[in-house]
Write a protein that binds this ligand. Structure first.
Ligand SMILES: [Zn+2]
Length: 503
């Protein structure tokens, strides 16, 4: 079973087909809240596409797609209402029902098993249509292949974005590196160009069963220079190699195929992100450091909340944010209170991510998210309803104001069914036997002590005291900073050459 989509590559005849027709994508609905609605993701342009529905009965005059038999193994187009889907797309762009267009199969792509829910199969077809076929709608524009590439690789924050259908359908084939091969047994997705995401089977929490291994291997390659401004330099970087032991062979193959010096980054210490087999020199990071990979800058972001020492990574040139477990592709994000995860840090980090204004969020479980600000606000919105109190807001909690602890639930509330996880109800819950929420009322020390360890209590005390007795001198906050940094050691960097992985 899978969800099937049709994507159409419309080329302009006036320019040797170099110009592609892109459609401005509809953003998710607004929240109806002044604060959240003020965070707006920049315009996203992608190939026109729609979902394919199964064919009811026989189609009288089905559109013929040249070469469609070549994708029979992956997808039998004759079982779908291609006419309906194509008409929807052409009307959407303003071309009506043009006749005499020769449609050709471009490719069929099956996405990796990000889970939960059905995987998506996308069939790409191409045709040449020009201004004579109709009047383009205002939500469409022609873009050259090169300008799409520039949009993706030299990102200016808040500028227009180009979506994944363009990259997976068109750009991947032209720039996919021969050096960094992924074993055939593993399906992966590359978006933006140079950033590969491979879901690897892992010992993670349900409803997910994989952890995304992120492989960052820009095409430019290292120029061999050394710059003391970087905490580490290499030719490729992988993030969170915490797969199950039966995938270790594939992991070895991936590592062996990567060029030159490899840097390994671990967002946090959970066993589905790193296992005990990595026994190399470690470099602790605090956030703010930069790593140079193949001549490109990757910035470490201190991002506690899920755990105390949790780190994120920003690929500066593509402005993609690798968020670790701060967000997941669908459904719930979890806070691990036994490792210092807490809502105050979570909200603070969420606001930090909103300020960064990333073009795409890459989480370690599930699909990447093309509407980062909307997703981050959805987390704030849902959680605030339960945790901020009637007069509070996530912003106040992030600043340490107006909060006490409220620990009302049991593990039974944690998402166990894939149905609830694939719905769009974002929530934040914990790995442990209780859910920690911040609220302005109903705080019970007794309940709190029975549910939390001394570490979390001391942490709460610190936040509570500093929120009620603000410290003017920033140096006085140092103990808290040091505490966070100590746990930040869980986010470690290993720098090695070639054979870095030993069982
Ligand atoms: Zn985790």
């Amino acid at each position: 079973m899978a969800t099937h989509n049709l994507a159409v590559i419309i080329k302009n005849p006036s320019d040797d087909g170099k110009f592609l027709l892109l459609v401005k994508q509809t953003p998710p609905p607004k929240f109806g809240d002044e604060e959240y609605d003020s965070y707006v993701d920049s315009d996203l342009w992608d190939l026109p596409s729609t979902q394919l529905s199964s064919l009811e009965g026989e189609s009288q005059s089905r559109i013929v797609v040249e070469g469609e038999e070549s994708c029979l193994e992956k997808l039998d187009l004759s079982k779908f209402d291609l006419n309906l889907a194509l008409n929807q797309i052409l009307q959407q762009v303003g071309f009506g029902r043009p006749s005499g267009v020769q449609w050709k199969l471009w490719k069929c792509v099956e996405e990796p098993e990000f889970g939960p829910g059905l995987p998506i199969k996308t069939v790409y077809i191409s045709g040449v249509l020009g201004p004579e076929h109709g009047d383009l709608q205002g939500q469409c524009k022609w873009m050259s292949f090169q300008s799409c590439l520039n949009c993706l690789l030299e990102v200016k924050p808040c500028s227009d974005r180009v979506g994944s259908l363009v990259v997976i359908g068109l750009i991947d084939d032209s720039i996919r590196s021969s050096q960094s091969k992924i074993p055939h047994a593993l399906n992966f997705q590359e978006y933006p160009p140079g950033v590969k995401v491979v879901p690897m089977g892992s010992r993670t929490a349900k409803p997910f069963s994989t952890t995304n291994l992120v492989i960052f291997a820009p095409e430019s390659g290292s120029d061999g220079s050394t710059d003391s401004g970087f905490i580490s330099q290499g030719d490729a970087l992988i993030v969170d190699p915490g797969c199950r032991s039966q995938f270790h062979e594939e992991l070895k193959e991936i590592v062996a195929a990567l060029p030159g010096k490899l840097v390994v980054f671990v967002t946090h210490h959970h066993h589905d992100h790193v296992d005990d087999h990595w026994s190399l020199c470690r470099t602790p990071v605090l956030g703010g450091e930069e790593i140079c990979i193949g001549g490109q800058r990757v910035k470490v972001i201190f991002a506690p909340g899920h755990t105390d020492g949790h780190m994120a990574l920003l690929d500066v040139s593509t402005h993609s944010l690798i968020v670790g477990d701060h967000c997941v592709g669908q459904g719930s994000a979890v806070l691990d209170i036994s490792s210092g995860g807490n809502m105050h840090d979570y909200f603070e980090t969420t606001y930090k991510f909103l300020e960064i204004s990333p073009h795409v969020l890459i989480s370690m479980h599930g699909r990447l998210n093309m509407w980062p600000k909307h997703m981050l606000c959805a987390y704030l919105n849902i959680k605030c309803e339960a945790s901020c109190g009637s007069s509070g807001s996530p912003r106040q909690v992030a600043k340490g104001m107006n909060m006490l602890l409220h620990i009302p639930h049991s593990k039974s509330n944690f998402t166990t069914s894939s149905e609830s996880a694939i719905s769009q109800d974002f929530s934040l819950e914990t790995f442990n036997s209780s859910i920690v929420e911040f609220a302005a009322k109903d705080f019970s020390v007794q309940k709190f002590l029975t549910t939390c360890g001394i570490h979390f209590f001391s942490r709460w005390m610190w936040v509570y005291l500093t929120s009620h007795f603000p410290l003017k001198n920033p140096m006085l906050r140092t103990p808290a900073v040091l505490g966070a940094v100590a746990v930040g050691g869980f986010a470690v960097l290993y720098s090695i050459k070639h054979k870095l992985y030993s069982k």
